[in-house]
Each structure stands twice: as C-alpha cells, then as structure tokens.
Design a protein around this ligand. Structure first.
Ligand SMILES: C[S@@+](CC[C@H](N)C(=O)[O-])C[C@H]1O[C@@H](n2cnc3c(N)ncnc32)[C@H](O)[C@@H]1O
Length: 292
C-alpha cells in the first residue's frame, strides 16, 4: 500500500492516463457514496438537479426525437434519471453503467414504477450494447475521460447499435472546458467522512494541462487519518475541437453532425463548458423503430 513517502516522491507531472483511468465509480462503497451525490438537489456535480434534467428530457423527446417513441440506450446512465423520465414519455430504455449502487437504484425504481427500462451493470468499453435503437445517448462529458482509442471504439459500437436512421446524442466538454480542468491547480481538504473515504482523511488533488496532447489530468491522493496509507485516483480528459469531433464521428459511422450549446438546445450560462452533438447513423433511411 502506498505511503506518505510515495506521495512525497510522486512524479511531478503525470503522463496522461498513466496513473489511472477514472475516479472509482465502480467500487461498491464509493458508488454508494456517489449515489447520494447523484440524487442531491444541492449541486450538479454527479448528475444535474431535477429541474435541469427535465429541461434536457423535454428537448431530447421533443427536438431530437420529434416526440416519436423509440428504443433508447443510455451509456453511463448513472441512477437512470434520464431513462426513467424518457420511459414515462413512451420510450423503451436500456441503460449501462458500471456503478453498482446507481444501477441498483435504477433497477429498483423501474420495478417499483413499472417502467419499460432494463439496466446492466457493466463497463461500456466491454458491454454488449444490443441493436435496433432509435437513440443512443452518452452525456455529461464522460466521453472525454476515455482514451481516444476507447472513445472511438465506443462510438463505432454505438453506430452499430443504432437502427437505420437512428441518432447519437453525445454531450462532451468543450475544448476550453477540458483546458480549465487541467488549469484548476491544487486543492486539499480534511474530512471526517467524504466521497473518497468513509473514514477521517485528507484529500490532496492536483490538475495538469498537457498542451502537446490536449489533455487534462487530475489526480487525488487520499490519506487515511489513522494509518496514513495513501490511495491514488487519477483521471485524464481528452479535449477535442469541434472539427476533430465531427471528423471522428464521420469516421465512426455517422453523418449529419449538428452541434448545440447545451443539452436543451440553447446556451446554458450555468454550465457553459458542455455542448451537445447529434449525429445520424450514416447511410440510414428515416428511423422506423418499433417500440414493444
Ligand atoms: C457524470 S456521471 C453521469 C451519469 C448520468 N449520465 C447523468 O447524467 O445523470 C458519469 C457516469 O458514467 C459512468 N461511467 C464512467 N465510466 C464508465 C465505464 N467505463 N463504463 C460504464 N459506466 C461508466 C459512471 O459510473 C457515472 O454513473
């Protein structure tokens, strides 16, 4: 187990993705603590608050899907805050996420409310997506966390999972938003109980921007208050220009790429660092997806 001396001797600047893939969304204890952050109405850090989600869902249903019921796949669906609402509007939904607590919450809600939603706890880099969807959505900037090769593979499999004429809805961080993550500097705080640990601990977080690769890396050292053991988590975010994203989508089996300033179609001054993109499965006829 790493100790304080390993922390002190850490590489001054981390190489992108070399110190970890992501924060530990899939660890059971972390995922339980994170579920509370998804559901809180105090902030928008893990999922947006209800009013914003309802604005997004109205735009997805009305503008992206023209009010036509279809089959929807939500990649990184979290606790199903979008799929449950889309199901109430007549869509049949599937969600994949590797957070056990989030998937447990989504499954229980669907069962309790009789919603046509199925959820799978799996890593979207490996999970089976299924096929015949009218919409595949992948939102809240999580796309940027994946290594470019993984991001590309996910997009190719999303295109394959769509029915002819089906649409991808991708919400990414804008280029300058990723740069801002990398320029966030250093932060430390002490907690008796926190997201990274249920025990007293110190969290030391630092961020880096790498101009050569257009990546931001954040790493967190969590120091146990009793044992002084150190746990490291790290995530790297790839920044993309709009041209790079459009080219990537075309190369992954999409056309008709459209950019929007937010997930409700209009500028969102409270979260200007995200944008939404729609892209159609290339070569498709108009989507006629049967909802069963
Ligand atoms: C910022 S949260 C957004 C959740 C949800 N889309 C929302 O907006 O409410 C990102 C989600 O992506 C999931 N995630 C991250 N990497 C993943 C992976 N490799 N496979 C499956 N899920 C992943 C996390 O568990 C988390 O639920």
């Amino acid at each position: 187990m790493p100790t304080l001396i390993d922390f002190i001797n850490r590489p001054v600047v981390p190489q992108p993705w070399s110190e970890g893939d992501n924060i530990p969304w899939n660890e059971p204890g972390f995922s339980e603590r994170m579920l509370r952050e998804h559901l809180t109405q105090d902030h928008d850090a893990a999922s947006r608050r209800t009013a914003k989600i309802e604005l997004h869902v109205a735009w997805i249903h009305g503008a992206v899907l023209a009010g036509q019921p279809t089959r929807i796949l939500d990649l990184g669906c979290g606790p199903g805050l979008y799929t449950s609402r889309l199901a109430r509007l007549g869509h049949v939904c599937a969600g994949i996420d590797f957070s056990p607590a989030s998937i447990g919450y989504a499954v229980a809600q669907a069962a309790r409310d009789g919603l046509p939603c199925v959820y799978v706890c799996d890593d979207i880099r490996a999970a089976v997506f299924g096929s015949g969807y009218g919409l595949v959505m992948f939102i809240y900037g999580e796309f940027n966390v994946f290594k470019p090769a993984d991001a590309r593979a996910i997009l190719i499999r999303a295109a394959e999972a769509l029915a002819p004429g089906g649409v991808l809805l991708l919400e990414t961080s804008i280029f300058d938003g990723v740069r801002a993550i990398g320029k966030a500097g250093t932060l430390w705080y002490t907690s008796l109980v926190g997201l990274f640990s249920p025990e007293p601990h110190v969290t030391f977080s630092e961020s880096f921007w790498d101009e050569a690769t257009s990546t931001a890396t954040t790493r967190h050292f969590v120091i146990d208050g009793v044992t002084a053991e150190v746990t490291r988590y790290a995530a790297t975010y790839q920044a993309y220009s709009n041209d790079a994203l459009a080219g990537l989508l075309r190369g992954c089996g999409f056309d008709q790429v459209h950019f929007y300033p937010s997930l409700h179609g209009a500028p969102d001054a409270s979260q200007p660092d995200f944008m939404a993109i729609t892209a159609h499965k290339a070569g498709g006829r108009p989507a006629t997806v049967t909802v069963m």
